[in-house]
Design a protein around this ligand. Structure first.
Ligand code: RB5
Length: 151
């Protein structure tokens, strides 16, 4: 199935976002770029919320959020009930975020990783799958269900 990848960043993540979009274009995935498109300082939650709104309309899409550290973006994104956003600073974190947490959004920090590492992390995130259809899945499903706080 054709994959759609939605990108958004603040000013700190703008260049790395371009790097990753250029990295992904030859792969043939559909790309939606939500900005920011200028060098002006912007507020990362605005871009995180914009991307999460796109994913609520299109639950099959995957997202990539980039700010200075990835932390602000992930905090903002994880306030949306349908989002499981993981900051990754290594390919291992990206793989487990998919396999164990079924993360649908990857957060990256442009001030803490370089472009080659970011490309490796993104590739790993996209190739990895949630561990479905095995006895292992049951415990992951149970834990994911518990992410919603009790009423
Ligand atoms: C912007 O200076 C910076 O605070 C932001 O990109 C991000 O790192 C916040 O988590």
């Amino acid at each position: 199935m054709q994959m759609t990848l939605v990108f958004a960043s603040d000013h700190a993540g703008r260049e790395l976002r371009w790097e990753l979009i250029n990295h992904m274009r030859p792969v043939g995935v559909d790309i939606i770029d939500l900005g920011t498109h200028t060098t002006e300082s912007v507020d990362y939650p605005d871009y995180a919320h914009r991307l999460c709104d796109e994913l609520v309309r299109n639950p099959k899409y995957m997202g990539v959020l980039i700010c200075g550290t990835g932390i602000g973006m992930s905090i903002a994104a994880n306030r949306h009930p349908h989002i499981r956003c993981a900051v990754a600073t290594s390919p291992e974190m990206a793989r487990w975020a998919r396999e164990h947490n079924d993360a649908n959004v990857l957060a990256l920090g442009a001030r803490v990783i370089d472009a080659p590492m970011a490309r490796l992390i993104l590739d790993t995130f996209l190739v990895a799958c949630y561990e479905a259809g095995t006895p292992i899945t049951e415990r992951h499903d149970r834990r994911l269900a518990k992410l919603t706080p009790p009423a």
